[in-house]
Design a binder for this molecule. Structure first.
Ligand code: PRT
Length: 107
């Protein structure tokens, strides 16, 4: 299994980029453009993921999902959140069937 520490290293870099020069960093330039620009990139990468999936090109799907995860990590950092917040939510949901959870919402 590939370790997920790479996500933490990238998350640390994203945090450091808050103080970097937008001219020297793609991430800093996106922070500087603000929420709308970050959301637009997430939407674009989401659409590209869908198109790659429809094409069935496996390598392309991996590239696009990586772009999507990366830009959602920028969105999290922009709001002061990290991958740890998402991982904690995965842990909280672990073992809870989606079917049971949905049923409990309608009761
Ligand atoms: N993982 C990534 C990563 N994935 C994708 N990208 C960039 O995300 C950008 C947007 O992707 P697109 O496919 O939409 O490319 P594009 O059409 O040229 O982009 P736009 O002009 O539409 O914004 C591209 O410039 C990619 O190079 C990334 N840029 C940086 N990282 C990581 O973030 C770190 C910090 O990056 P900088 O802040 O640029 O130093 C790097 O060391 C990497 O670890």
């Amino acid at each position: 299994m590939i370790d997920i520490e790479v996500l933490h290293r990238v998350a640390n870099t994203l945090a450091e980029r808050k103080a970097a020069d937008p001219d020297s960093s793609y991430v800093s330039s996106l922070y500087a453009k603000g929420t709308d620009a970050i959301c637009k990139k997430v939407a674009e990468e989401s659409a590209e993921t869908i198109m790659a999936s429809k094409d069935g090109d496996l390598l392309h799907i991996v590239w696009e999902v990586t772009d999507l995860w990366f830009h959602t990590m920028i969105l999290l950092a922009h709001h002061g959140l990290t991958v740890d917040d998402v991982l904690a939510e995965f842990r909280r949901r672990e073992g809870v069937s989606g079917i049971d959870e949905k049923r409990s919402r309608s009761e």
